[in-house]
Ligand binder design. Sequence first.
Ligand SMILES: C[S@@+](CC[C@H](N)C(=O)[O-])C[C@H]1O[C@@H](n2cnc3c(N)ncnc32)[C@H](O)[C@@H]1O
Length: 441
Amino acid sequence: MAATTITTAMDFISIHGHPSSTTTPTTPDEKHQEKNWLSICSFPGKGRGFVATQQIPAGTIVHTAEPLAAVVSQEWIPETCAWCFHFTYPKKMKYKMEMKVSTTCLQKKKKKQHPRSTTMTSKDVLFCSESCQQKYQTYGYHKNESELLLRCFHALEQVYHQRREKQTSNDNEDILHHDMNKFIKDLLHQKVDIHNDEQLRHWIDQAWTTFVQHYHQGQATQTWMPDDAERTMLRLVACCVGRRQMEAEYLFPELPVTVSTFNDLFQVQCNELAYIRRILLDVDHENESRKEKRILDALFDIMQMYIFFLSATSDFLDCPHTLFRAIYFREMANSFGLWEMASKQEEEDGNVTDDLELLGWGIYPSAVYFNHACDANIRKIRKGRQMVFISKRVIEQGEEACISYGCVEDTVQERRKRLLEHYHFLCACTRCEQEASSSSE
Ligand SMILES: C[S@@+](CC[C@H](N)C(=O)[O-])C[C@H]1O[C@@H](n2cnc3c(N)ncnc32)[C@H](O)[C@@H]1O
């Protein structure tokens, strides 16, 4: 087990990240094997959610989910298998992602090159065994998918290292700040009603379009550096854009049943409006110039990530800002944290500690309907790349099946505050409703 516990800036995108739930699954009864235990319903104040279709015995596997995309956190790449998330601190993973690729295809825009091939590797994708390496390189929508991802990861690494070495500045950034500030002022002077979805969405679209136009005129920064969490996030976005591109280029390949399609991602709730609105409400009590700065900073962070992504991948990925945002804001608050698992020995000895590491992030479209409850009736455990969901007690037919998105030990006020801050919603679970009404009596 590793020595430190990380808390990254990306913690906020996790909905289901608690290390104590990452122990090895208990073997379920044969008769409890998965069937259609759950269906999707609408719940007032919570959107869609899973509901039990029949009485579910305790300890039943109610759902097993495969990721559409899963990546190792930047910090733990050397010690974590990119396929099965096996973690061996302080030992390093032995197998690299390595492929022969044609150099002409590497940069589509550079024409008239003689076809040559080269061996390409990504330092950001390592495996614990040849078998995991093989699975990673052959899994996907099409056999070319892992090659495309290799190029993306390689290019993201390169741009990162180039920027770190160069640190050039760009005077035109002032123009960009000035123009973007004008937008923010308009918003704050009530030309946009932030409670009106249509108006707010329109404003966000315009802000992005303006920013991207500046980028194409050479006015966006080339010096901004992503932190580890943002680099991890960019690889996760690349996996989704890559899947989309494969689907567009190769029609109807024979898919293994476990492979999600890009469209599956669109079942997932998009949190862009909720995120921006929360920032706008948060800064409400600040003075004007502070307000403007905080909104600008919040927007710029994501816009700069996008520009960084474009600089690295635009030669082989087609990703307009609308697509980037559609993916980014679905991953935000919907991705599952992939935690280190306790060893069998630790479990047998009852020695499972809380300082397990957050090894990566995955997006699991079939599992996003689990709403949060502060007294959850479902626990989730990781089994390699899969997420397995198991009932903690008997669940009655028609009862909502919920997991916990994190710690539920605090008071109702603290729990609600944390969920609002990290996941942008006011918790409406039965426990919160009851505790909130009794504390207000
Ligand atoms: C992973 S999604 C769950 C599925 C979501 N309800 C949907 O319709 O797609 C998480 C989102 O569901 C809603 N949600 C989940 N648990 C909730 C709760 N206890 N109270 C209110 N909203 C909740 C929030 O909007 C949250 O951002």
